[in-house]
Structures are given as structure tokens and as C-alpha cells.
Design a protein around this ligand. Structure first.
Ligand SMILES: [Zn+2]
Length: 203
């Protein structure tokens, strides 16, 4: 068996719920922040790698070398460095239907999170970055917010993730700015619910 591609899973709701619960109590739990942050970081990296693969650039699962391909199902991806190989169809199936696809605005958001998180010094700074990441949006061609990026990063179907994010705890002691981000996220979710005529997404 050749090395199988690895895609980091979406983060468990329970873990994120605990993070917001703790933050709302005014506690900056650096260990918990890092646990959530690095899980999100791994997920963002997988997302970025999956989009690159779909666009013709695969990173070898065995040694990390770059393999370019023509996106035809029968094409065999072959690593010149280590000899690893797999058909593009098999490679594609390994990440299909796993919420690992988006256009450039999402890639920019995810890249800015990974870069920023690694540079952030304080727990509060990391908390804000996590918060902005999971409350991000895919954008339409006209630049309007559409789907929440929460579904690419957190376990659950679209509606479950929307209602989960809406159930997170906020309080007087929450990290500054979090509540405003939440309110603005809610307004965008409600606007898309109207546009899509989907009352199940209304908050
Ligand atoms: Zn290789």
C-alpha cells in the first residue's frame, strides 16, 4: 500500500464550545487555546493543500515533494523524489465531499490565520484570530458573504454548524471584540437565509 493522503479532520464542536465557555468567564486558558488553534491550523493547511491538488499541484504524501498533474482521472501521480504513485482519481476521492474546497477569498483567510497564529504571542491575540477564522465567509463573485467558513472547519452539517456557532457563550468578561464579530456574523447568516429562502438557517 502506498502512503495514503492525510487530511486533518474538522474540529470537534465540544472543544470549541469549551473554549468560548472559558473565555466568557474571563479565563485565558492558553493550553486550550493552543489545542483549538493548532487543530484549526492543521485543518486550514489540509484545505489549502486540497485546493492546490484540485488545481493541479499535489504534495507527495510520502516525502512532501511537489507533483504537478493534468487533472485527468487516469493520470498517475508519480513522485520523482521517492517513487510514490497513485492515480489522480484515487487521490481526488481521498478528499472529495469533505468540505475541503473553496475559492481564493477563503484561501486568503485561511493563509492569514495560519501565518498570524504562528506569530501571535498572547493567548488573547490567538483567541481573536480563532474567532475571526471560524466566523469567516466564502464570498460571491461580487464580493458578498455567502457560506460561513465554520462548516469547513467544524464538525457537523451546514445547518448544525450555523446553530452551533450561534450557541457559543459570550459574556461581559469575553475577549474584547468577540461579541461584535458574532453580531456581524449573525446579520450575514440571516441575510443569506433570506436570499436562499431557507428559514432553517434563520437565527
Ligand atoms: Zn515523494
Amino acid at each position: 500500500m502506498p502512503h495514503q493522503p492525510y487530511w486533518a479532520p474538522r474540529v470537534k464542536q465540544q472543544l470549541i464550545w469549551k473554549l468560548y465557555e472559558t473565555d466568557a468567564q474571563g479565563i485565558c486558558d492558553e493550553e486550550l487555546i493552543d489545542e483549538v488553534g493548532y487543530a484549526l491550523l492543521a485543518r486550514c493547511e489540509s484545505f489549502i493543500a486540497a485546493v492546490a491538488a484540485a488545481r493541479g499541484k499535489v504534495s507527495c504524501p510520502s516525502c512532501g515533494a511537489t507533483i504537478f498533474h493534468d487533472q485527468k482521472p487516469d493520470t498517475v501521480l508519480m513522485c520523482a523524489e521517492c517513487g510514490w504513485e497513485m492515480t489522480w482519481a484515487d487521490f481526488f476521492h481521498s478528499f472529495q465531499h469533505q468540505q475541503l474546497y473553496g475559492a481564493d477569498p477563503v484561501l486568503d483567510l485561511f493563509r492569514s490565520f495560519t501565518g498570524g497564529f504562528l506569530k501571535a504571542r498572547s493567548g488573547r491575540e490567538k483567541m481573536v484570530l480563532i474567532d475571526q477564522l471560524i466566523h469567516g465567509f466564502h464570498l460571491s463573485l461580487l464580493g458578498q458573504p455567502t457560506r460561513t467558513t465554520g462548516v469547513n472547519l467544524i464538525e457537523g452539517n451546514y445547518r448544525e454548524v450555523v446553530h452551533f456557532l450561534d450557541s457559543l457563550s459570550y459574556g461581559e468578561a469575553s475577549t474584547s471584540g468577540l461579541h461584535d464579530t458574532h453580531e456581524s456574523w449573525r446579520a450575514k447568516i440571516n441575510r443569506t437565509a433570506e436570499e436562499w429562502h431557507d428559514d432553517r438557517l434563520k437565527l
